[in-house]
Design a protein around this ligand. Structure first.
Ligand SMILES: [Zn+2]
Length: 167
């Protein structure tokens, strides 16, 4: 599974991760599900595993104990074989965060799940790799340490020159 981890994240997955960190878990799940649907390769199971974390957290916000615990099991089944970092996503950290959350949910139990402290929902962390397209020949460029080079025509620039285009 891990051999597919080097690629970039599609925009819908990135949007899903941003919504996750805004604690908009239902909306996050929708974006990630859309990324999952669009992806034909096995990396789709990474998106599915992450979206199930969002669903587990959503269940907690709704006081759904059984749903949260069940969704954690399903998510871990998908995420367990991924390395700690895949497609720039800190999968290892996410799994630890999920386990800590479910541990607290189980401590509270069905009766007291509404007392769950939502500050225990930690952000998912990821590195957003940018895709550069050569403006001379249209080839995808390589970036290393902010040096961007076109493998086709040799066009090159320093990415710090272009920061004006990004917020
Ligand atoms: Zn070029």
């Amino acid at each position: 599974m891990g051999n597919d981890c080097d690629g970039v994240l599609p925009p819908k997955a990135i949007e899903g991760l941003k919504l996750f960190n805004e604690k908009k878990f239902f909306e996050s799940h929708e974006e990630l599900e859309s990324a999952w649907r669009d992806e034909k390769g096995s990396i789709r199971y990474l998106y599915q595993g992450v979206l199930q974390v969002a669903v587990a957290y959503f269940h907690i916000t709704r006081g759904n104990y059984e749903g949260a615990v069940r969704m954690r099991e399903r998510s871990m089944k998908l995420l367990k074989d991924y390395p700690d970092v895949c497609r720039g996503i800190q999968v290892g950290k996410l799994k630890n965060d999920l386990d800590a959350v479910i541990q607290e949910v189980k401590r509270l139990g069905v009766e007291r799940i509404n007392e769950f402290d939502q500050s225990l929902f930690k952000d998912v962390e990821w590195n957003e790799q940018r895709i550069w397209i050569c403006d001379r020949c249209g080839t995808q460029m390589h970036e290393k340490n902010c040096k961007v080079t076109c493998p086709n025509c040799g066009n090159r620039f320093d990415c710090s020159d272009l920061n004006i285009y990004f917020d």
